[in-house]
Design a protein around this ligand. Structure first.
Ligand SMILES: C[S@@+](CC[C@H](N)C(=O)[O-])C[C@H]1O[C@@H](n2cnc3c(N)ncnc32)[C@H](O)[C@@H]1O
Length: 318
């Protein structure tokens, strides 16, 4: 996880973008979105609460042709009430829309549709029953989360997936109450719980839960527990030293590769630590060897014409 200070330097890797998006959730987002795409599910994407773009950038890779991707955040704008203003001032004072958009453009050519303002804007801006995946990660106050969940219910396609962040963090009781209220009184079926997020659907949870259980049982880096509660099957997943899914480096990493000589052989890198939930936590700096892997991946992902130019420049240097 990157520090706020490092945010002034353009991100080279997704890990350089400050935010809260643990590797287990990266794996689960990838799994849910890939499964929808493999199954031919077509629908729009929505994230409410983007901060500096960590999870938004990740989701953006899954936008398929013809699909709309909308994000909503207050950014530096005013919050709709005092309690919301207090949480924004306390936790997100470094945030501007510009920072989000610059980070996003570091990894993608096109911005999503950006709604600047409170999440109460969303129901008027996103079509009913249009979304296949909704990530709710904005205010932690009960009234806001209750309404964000109501909006997700209306905007999702019948088997769409909603992800509720911070449904059980110590400092977010309002999210917990809104999340479990949705399960007990508003027809939401939990699919699984990660350490920070509840994944649910208003469709039939069984097929997706069965597929998820099969995937998790195959992995040695994932603790799995299954419990029954109030008539719901609760699948709980926990990372056991998991690594996140591969994510392509940013355009800045690619540009740096094109102009900086590759380093000489160096010792093997230390294993990567798991991301810390606080954005102020300092990440392990990538070792030179990891940097060269990023460059290799970057070169592999570039259009052939650019790749040829880089290889030619390298050959000329050696
Ligand atoms: C926890 S952060 C989002 C983290 C982000 N998804 C990530 O991956 O790092 C919460 C975000 O919600 C935004 N926010 C807070 N209250 C909001 C509201 N009422 N409407 C829209 N966004 C809000 C904040 O500005 C902040 O950027």
């Amino acid at each position: 996880m990157a520090t706020i200070q490092e945010a002034t330097r353009p991100p080279h890797r997704l890990d350089d973008v400050p935010g809260w998006f643990p590797v287990l959730d990266q794996l689960l987002f990838e799994w849910f979105l890939n499964r929808q795409e493999a199954g031919g599910t077509h629908g729009d994407l929505l994230e409410v609460g983007v901060y500096m773009g960590k999870s938004a950038i990740f989701i953006g890779r899954h936008q398929q042709p013809g699909e709309k991707y909308t994000v909503c955040d207050l950014f530096e704008g005013d919050a709709p009430d005092d309690a919301n203003r207090a949480e924004s001032t306390k936790s997100y004072s470094a945030l501007t829309r510009r920072v989000f958009e610059d980070n996003y453009r570091s990894f993608h050519d096109e911005l999503p549709r950006v709604l600047q303002g409170p999440s109460s804007l969303v129901p008027d801006e996103v079509a009913v029953r249009s979304c296949r995946f909704v990530h709710i990660d904005a205010s932690h106050l009960y009234e806001h989360v209750h309404d964000d969940i109501g909006a997700a219910h209306d905007l999702l396609l019948p088997d769409g997936i909603v992800v509720l962040d911070d449904f059980r963090s110590e400092h977010t009781p309002g999210v917990s109450i809104a999340a479990w209220e949705a399960v007990l009184n508003r027809g939401l079926h939990p699919i699984c719980l990660s350490t920070q997020k509840l994944y649910g659907t208003w469709g039939d949870p069984e097929p997706v839960q069965e597929a998820l259980l099969a995937m998790a049982r195959e992995r040695s880096d994932c603790h799995l527990s299954v419990q029954e509660a109030a008539g719901h099957r609760i699948v709980r997943l926990k990372s056991k030293g998991m690594s996140g899914p591969a994510f392509p480096p940013s355009k800045h990493a690619v540009a740096a590769e094109a102009s900086v000589p590759a380093p000489a052989a160096v010792p093997a890198p230390a294993p990567e630590p798991e991301p810390d939930p606080a954005p102020a936590a300092r990440p392990a700096r990538p070792s030179p060897r990891r940097g060269s892997r990023v460059r290799r991946v970057a070169v592999d992902l570039l259009p052939p014409v650019v790749t040829r130019a880089i290889r030619k420049a390298r050959a000329a240097r050696s």
